[in-house]
Design a protein around this ligand. Structure first.
Ligand SMILES: [Zn+2]
Length: 163
């Protein structure tokens, strides 16, 4: 009896156990949003999936999820992760630099770029303005200057135990 190699095991349908999985691209239409409110229909084109040659079962992986997420962003009128990344890279190669400049948290930026979280409309517009007017970088940098860190006397926030 022949022991299947790792590649053969991965490429076989786990539903019927017979067919080999063939990569292909499909168009998908699905609904996105809350159950009752704001339910939208999303059409994703050329979603990369694997199809069983024997039973026709469709397998979706991270690549499919990425394409579907981009379709959701388009349907909602929001920047997709690839665009957010492109804009961020104009302002600094690292997410940390961009976070410092914009005041947006590093974890948030990371989630947007990985498609784990959708930015709200205000943040989406903030990103679009930065993209169109990169000159705002200097204005943001000036906000991070030492002036902002000093509170005037009497306006200091007291520690709770000294009250
Ligand atoms: Zn199958």
């Amino acid at each position: 009896m022949q022991v299947p190699t790792e590649m053969e095991k991965q490429g076989r349908c786990s539903l019927c156990g017979k067919g080999l999985l063939k990569p292909c691209r499909i168009d998908k239409t699905f609904e996105y949003g809350d159950e009752d409110t704001n339910l939208i229909t999303v059409s994703a084109r050329d979603v990369p999936v694997e199809v069983c040659e024997a039973c026709g079962e469709i397998y979706s992986g991270p690549d499919a999820a990425r394409v579907e997420h981009e379709a959701i962003c388009r349907a909602l009128g929001l920047l997709p992760p690839s665009e957010i990344r492109r804009i961020r890279e104009q302002f600094g190669p690292s997410q940390e630099e961009f976070a410092e400049l914009t005041g947006i948290g590093v974890a948030t930026i990371s989630r947007w770029e990985r498609g784990r979280m959708l930015q709200n409309k205000a943040m989406d517009r903030y990103l679009r303005l930065l993209d169109h007017y990169p000159d705002n970088r200097r204005r943001l940098e000036s906000l991070n200057g030492p002036v902002e860190t000093e509170l005037p006397p009497g306006r200091r926030i007291m520690a709770p135990d000294s009250a």
